[in-house]
Design a protein around this ligand. Structure first.
Ligand SMILES: C[S@@+](CC[C@H](N)C(=O)[O-])C[C@H]1O[C@@H](n2cnc3c(N)ncnc32)[C@H](O)[C@@H]1O
Length: 470
């Protein structure tokens, strides 16, 4: 690996005596990680069935190192969304932000969704998770990962922080800012990161980070939490960026201690101007722990006596609610849309509560009231249930993949090592007989998608864009 000379010289100046051991880390292999999706399976159950060589990641209880040859991205459990493949150091921000069920959470720079799905597991379907990214191509991957993980309480947006700040004033309890950065911590994992570093120098990234951070305060409630993270070593993008933010908000924010498990170190106060204790922040160094380079700072906004009722809530109150219905049980669902009500009754054991929405023929669910989304580009709205039209109710793929087996009435279950499961994931028709109608196809009890049983065969409804290639 050829590191840019300018980068090496800068690191030598910063690291002093540590420089040689730091540089040696580039000769060592990278680490591979996966995080168990506890929306679908507990860590204990996963460890019983996972056919991989797993070792715990010290800073998060759901994260594990795997060996390169394990290839978890090709296993049917991946298609059931049982885990998310994530670089081990990248698991820290989501592990320490402290998201709880019922919170309103914003993941501002979210694609492809590693931290979004991690926070979703902590919310357990309660509250609202808004995941946003400015890049429309990357938003597609974000939507897919949110669906695959079975997240039911997320809205995915494709917006600038400026526009979000108009709709979400004083709205969120927690905001994750996993900022675009010069990516120095990723050189060992991905040599393309070096090319990107040469293109987007640190100064450009600082400008982007500052623009993003400036809007965060507007959207955060008093008493709320920001987790700022990067995968770069540069103090300008890390300690100095947070120092600037805290200076700008004069005493309104404090740094919160991030636990230092498994070799994590504090941030470096002497790389800042010295006004705050960056020992509370976290630096993950590749020569100090088993993972790549990362920085994270946890900030708490001070509580205030001001009225905290949010602008977005009040906008919603005056917005047109005719499309939304609050539901408490199946009777309300039937009243709202009889096709959906019948489908739920015949095919599922699901008890839906919360809010139903209809846009054209499409039906959606959210566990909470919808915030004001006017003027925003919505890439995914809540849990997409399916279409209700002339052909009756047609359930969506995200409906199936967000279910657990106990919520499904009609099931076709295959073993993970069976020929059938691979055929299903490739989109092939299967010669399996059964009762006519929709069936949830599962691998070892975990739903993968729908099929329609014709009596003597399964018509495959696994979506084209999701299929396994070989
Ligand atoms: C480090 S990546 C995020 C990784 C993601 N949090 C995860 O865990 O999978 C940074 C992201 O910020 C997005 N981004 C860049 N500028 C942005 C802006 N002004 N507002 C929102 N997102 C932005 C990029 O498109 C990129 O997807």
């Amino acid at each position: 690996m050829k590191l840019p000379i300018e980068f090496v010289e800068k690191m030598e100046g910063l690291m002093g005596d540590e420089f040689n051991s730091y540089l040696e880390s580039y000769k060592k292999p990278r680490f591979y990680g996966l995080r168990v999706n506890t929306l679908k399976i507990s860590v204990e159950e996963f460890l019983k069935i996972a056919p991989f060589h797993l070792e715990p990641v010290p800073w998060t209880k759901d994260g594990f190192y795997y060996q390169e040859g394990d290839n978890p991205g090709r296993h049917p459990y991946y298609y059931a969304g049982l885990y998310y493949i994530q670089e081990p150091s990248a698991m820290l921000p989501g592990a320490v932000i402290g998201v709880k069920p019922g919170d309103k959470v914003l993941d501002l720079c979210a694609a492809p969704g590693g931290k979004t799905v991690q926070m979703a597991t902590q919310m357990q379907g309660q509250g609202l998770l808004v995941a946003n990214d400015i890049n429309s191509e990357r938003v597609k991957a974000l939507v897919k990962n949110v669906e695959l993980a079975g997240v039911r309480n997320a809205i995915v947006l494709n917006e600038t922080p400026n526009k979000l700040a108009v709709n979400f004033e004083n709205y969120f309890d927690k905001i994750m800012v996993d900022a675009p950065c010069s990516g120095e911590g990723m050189f060992r994992k991905d040599e393309d990161a070096i090319k990107s570093w040469e293109k987007y120098k640190c100064e450009k990234c600082c400008t982007m980070q500052w623009d993003i951070l400036q809007k965060v305060d507007t959207m955060l409630k008093p008493g709320g939490i920001i987790l700022y993270s990067t995968c770069t070593f540069s103090p300008e993008e890390d300690e100095l960026m947070i120092e600037r933010f805290m200076d700008e908000h004069k005493g309104n924010y404090e740094l919160v201690e991030i636990p230092k498990a498994g070799g994590i170190e504090g941030g470096r106060t002497h790389w800042s101007k010295g006004g705050y204790d960056f020992g509370k922040a976290a630096r993950l160094w590749p020569h100090r722990l088993n993972g790549e380079g990362h920085f994270a700072a946890l900030l708490r906004k001070k509580d205030s006596e001001e009225n905290t009722s949010s602008h977005a809530d009040s906008l919603y109150k005056s917005a047109d609610k005719s499309q939304a219905a609050k539901i408490n049980d199946i009777r309300d669902v039937k009243e709202y849309n009889s096709q959906l009500g019948e489908f739920l009754e015949n095919n599922t054991n699901l008890s839906l509560e919360g809010y139903l929405f209809q846009k054209g023929v499409n039906l959606y669910h959210l566990p909470v009231e919808c915030p004001d989304l006017s003027g925003l580009k919505v890439a995914k709205f809540g849990w997409y249930l399916g279409e209700s039209g002339n052909k009756g109710f047609i359930p969506s793929h995200s409906f199936a993949v967000s279910m657990n087996i106990r919520e499904l009435k009609n099931i076709t279950n295959f073993r993970s090592d069976s020929r059938e499961v691979n055929s299903y994931l490739k989109g092939e028709t299967l010669m399996v007989s059964g009762e006519k109608g929709y069936t949830g196809v599962c691998v070892d009890d975990f739903p993968l998608g729908w099929a329609k049983q014709t009596g003597d065969m399964l018509k495959n409804l696994y979506p084209k864009g999701w299929r396994k290639m070989s």
